[in-house]
Design a binder for this molecule. Structure first.
Ligand SMILES: C[S@@+](CC[C@H](N)C(=O)[O-])C[C@H]1O[C@@H](n2cnc3c(N)ncnc32)[C@H](O)[C@@H]1O
Length: 259
């Protein structure tokens, strides 16, 4: 799939999930709450990149004077507009921001970066739009996320059912390459439990997080195959309930003030 078709696919899946998202957003609540503790309040503009339906905006609004929501998905932004917490809702790709340089005080972005083909472009764009002295907090998922689910599927077929997540080393390298970005990294592991693998798959679908960006299999998955995945799942209780791991990375970026 080319980059444009992939971005359309991601936006479509998230758009379809606009009504079910908030209820399914268990991981998102935990991650956004932690990211918020790292965000410095501002008297100016705060940009929320990959804002989704905007369920977190009542909290973000308290950290700034004006909030700008930005997302790929038109339907997600529609929810944001209905809630009227954001001053502006912009449909755009975070890898190419339609925003003037040095115009934003803070950037917040929770669980969007892992959907971007070139996360380094997002960081570059953030650095461009931030005012000197401004800062950004981003959270993303790393390699090892949903590893149990991936291992279970690997016992059943050779298709890709889970997205590939970048390793921590990718971000450590960026940190070394651009010391002037003041990039700080913090990792965290989150475990969530589910009644069974179907419940896990349903949650991903309800979140719109079911686009597989590489090597996906479009064929429908039958009941027998789900039973095999359930049996092969490595972290399973006697009652069948399962535990899934999420490797979370929080990034804090501070743009140098002008001398
Ligand atoms: C998992 S949701 C996170 C939403 C919200 N930040 C939260 O924490 O609940 C990811 C969001 O990022 C958006 N997204 C994905 N790739 C994007 C990109 N390249 N530019 C802007 N938004 C993007 C999706 O449309 C979706 O609404």
């Amino acid at each position: 799939m080319n980059a444009l078709a992939l971005t359309d696919d991601i936006a479509r899946h998230f758009g379809r999930a606009r009504e079910s998202y908030e209820q399914a957003a268990r991981l998102q609540r935990l991650v956004a709450a932690k990211a918020l503790t790292l965000l410095k309040p501002t008297d100016g503009l705060l940009l929320d990149l990959g804002s989704g339906p905007g369920w977190f905006h009542p909290k973000l609004k308290q950290h700034c004077t004006d909030l700008i929501a930005l997302d790929l998905s038109h339907d997600m932004l529609q929810k944001t507009r209905e809630a009227q917490d954001a001053t502006l809702a912009v449909q755009a790709d975070a890898q190419a921001l339609p925003i003037a340089s040095e115009s934003i005080n803070r950037v917040f972005s929770s669980l969007m970066l892992q959907w971007c083909e070139q996360p380094q472009l997002v960081l570059r764009e953030i650095n461009r739009v931030l005012k000197p002295g401004g800062s950004a907090v981003l959270s993303t998922l790393l390699d090892g996320t949903l590893e149990e689910f991936k291992q279970a599927w690997a016992q059943v077929d050779h298709h890709q059912h889970i997205n590939q997540f970048l390793p921590l080393s990718f971000f450590l390298q960026l940190q070394q390459q651009y010391p002037e970005s003041g990039l700080e990294l913090q990792t965290e592991q989150v475990q969530l439990s589910y009644p069974d693998v179907l419940a896990l798959a349903r949650e991903l679908k309800d979140l719109g997080a079911n686009t597989v960006t590489q090597g996906r299999n479009k064929a429908l998955t039958g009941k027998q195959r789900w039973q095999k995945v359930q049996q092969a799942y490595p972290s399973r209780c006697i009652d069948g309930s399962i535990s899934a791991s999420y490797q979370v990375l929080h990034l804090v970026l501070t743009k140098k003030s002008k001398e």
